[in-house]
Design a protein around this ligand. Structure first.
Ligand SMILES: *[C@@H]1O[C@H](CO)[C@@H](O)[C@H](O)[C@H]1NC(C)=O
Length: 172
């Protein structure tokens, strides 16, 4: 029986190898999002319609929100298209709207361009991460079926207390 096996081999028993925390997403937009000036103070997240990967289901493409389930260090990267005659300014936000990084292009020529940004963030459980595109008529995020605009993130290292392996070790 499995209990006997566990007693015999303890935590090294391959049958009891705990599943390491898994969290990874990669999404894209297939349409442009034009900025709209508004009096509202909220900063609506940029949403997505194509999901390449969503391991753990921690990214909600309809709301544009990533929610941290496993505290640790996460890698995030995003690439945004610049619309002809518009500028682009997209911020990576956390918590109540703290700006962590910006991808920016103020060129309002008819050229289409791409900008990108990437970073590692230390997140706690329940913390949210999203992209905010400047809500102003001068700005837009360009995309189409070519999927110029993408957002990806994944857990690199879980915090030691969150890793089931170390939890198991302290319990034994
Ligand atoms: C994802 O976000 C949408 C829009 O906010 C919401 O209606 C839906 O319930 C969310 N899905 C999950 C699984 O939380």
């Amino acid at each position: 029986c499995l209990c006997l096996l566990f007693t015999l081999c303890g935590p090294v028993c391959p049958l009891y190898a705990p599943t390491p925390p898994r969290s990874a997403f990669s999404v894209a937009r297939t349409s442009t999002m034009m900025g709209h000036s508004s009096r509202l103070q909220d900063k609506p997240p940029l949403t997505f319609d194509v999901e390449y990967v969503n391991i753990g289901g921690h990214f909600n493409k309809s709301s544009g929100l990533f929610t941290c389930h496993f505290p640790g260090a996460y890698f995030f990267a995003f690439t945004v298209g610049k619309h002809p005659r518009k500028a682009v300014s997209v911020k990576l936000m956390t918590g109540k709207g703290e700006v962590q990084a910006i991808a920016f292009d103020e060129d309002t020529s008819k050229r289409r361009e791409m900008q990108s940004q990437s970073l590692l963030l230390s997140l706690h459980r329940g913390e949210r991460v999203w992209l905010y595109s400047q809500q102003d008529e001068r700005y837009a995020v360009y995309s189409n079926q070519g999927r110029y605009t993408t957002f990806s993130g994944f857990l690199v290292y879980p915090d030691p207390e969150a890793a089931p392996t170390s939890q198991d070790r302290t319990q034994l």
